[in-house]
Design a protein around this ligand. Structure first.
Ligand SMILES: [Zn+2]
Length: 279
């Protein structure tokens, strides 16, 4: 009878009223007909699948951080490099400034020497000689500074060269790591999708009321565990001891029992074995 009802409902999905209500009621009856043990098995299976999804998501969450670290390192090297190049450009400007100064000084000396040829007395001649001497000293000083600056430029160029090759190497590493991580992410996404499909299949078997409770407990638990096994007489979620009588109740599968301390649903070894043995 129930089968016919379901078929009719499936043929006309828009059917409402008594027919729809009857279908829902019969489905509900079928579900609550399943034993507590069956419900516990479904819940624990759901938990086990959800935990696997959680694990993948946690692992994947850490992967981009590794790429991020490398990206930061490369960005740091590039900043350092551009700063070095700026300093190098400044040094080169100061060399060319001094070269211009030498050119000007030489022109001045030529001018003074020409004037010296036309002077009328010794005083004018001496004064021009002093100017020439001053300009000559300026040229010597500029030449000394240029020599020093060029030595600095050589040293800095060497640093730029090595920084450049280090930066290139790290960029290569980054490229490699990015590809590697992209592949891992793609792979885990595939795995996660397959697991999620199983999660949906199992969740569809769990009655709505239980599913809501399961999700609520799971979202409140730090580790995402809503259904936990009894382990050595303690709750597998909060590790508080469970009284012997309560342990017997859990093992009897007569009703759903939650931990008095953390509110998680408790299952015994037999349920765990049913789920893990089936995997
Ligand atoms: Zn507990």
């Amino acid at each position: 009878m129930a089968k016919t009802d379901l078929k009719t409902a499936a043929k006309s999905p828009k059917a409402t009223g008594k027919n729809g209500a009857a279908t829902r009621a019969s489905t509900k009856t079928t579900r609550s007909d399943s034993t507590i043990a069956d419900k516990l098995i479904d819940l624990y299976r759901l938990q086990s699948l959800d935990s696997q999804v959680d694990k993948i998501q946690t692992q994947r969450g850490e992967l981009p951080l590794e790429v991020q670290d490398l990206e930061d390192e490369v960005a740091g090297l590039e900043t350092r490099l551009s700063k070095l190049q700026e300093e190098l450009a400044e040094l080169e400007t100061s060399v060319s400034d001094r070269q211009n100064l030498i050119k000007d000084a030489k022109a001045q000396i030529k001018k003074y020497e020409a004037q010296q040829a036309k002077v009328r007395n010794n005083r004018e001649y001496d004064s021009l000689s002093k100017e020439i001497e001053f300009q000559t000293l300026e040229i010597q000083l500029a030449e000394k500074r240029i020599k020093e600056t060029k030595a600095l430029i050589d040293a800095k160029s060497e640093v730029v060269g090595s920084s450049n090759s280090l930066c290139k190497d790290r960029k290569k590493d980054l490229d490699h790591k990015r590809k590697e991580l992209d592949a891992i992410i793609a792979e885990t996404e595939k795995e996660e999708k397959a697991l999620q499909k199983k999660v949906d299949q199992v969740a569809a078997k769990v009655e709505e009321r239980l599913l809501v409770a399961y999700k609520r407990i799971r979202s409140n638990a730090r580790n995402g565990l809503a259904v936990v096994p009894v382990e050595r007489g303690s709750c597998g979620g909060c590790f508080n001891a469970i009284p012997p009588q309560r342990q017997l109740d859990i093992a009897s599968h007569k009703k759903l029992i939650i931990c008095e301390h953390c509110g998680r649903i408790l299952v015994d070894e037999q349920i765990v074995q049913s789920v893990e043995g089936a995997e």
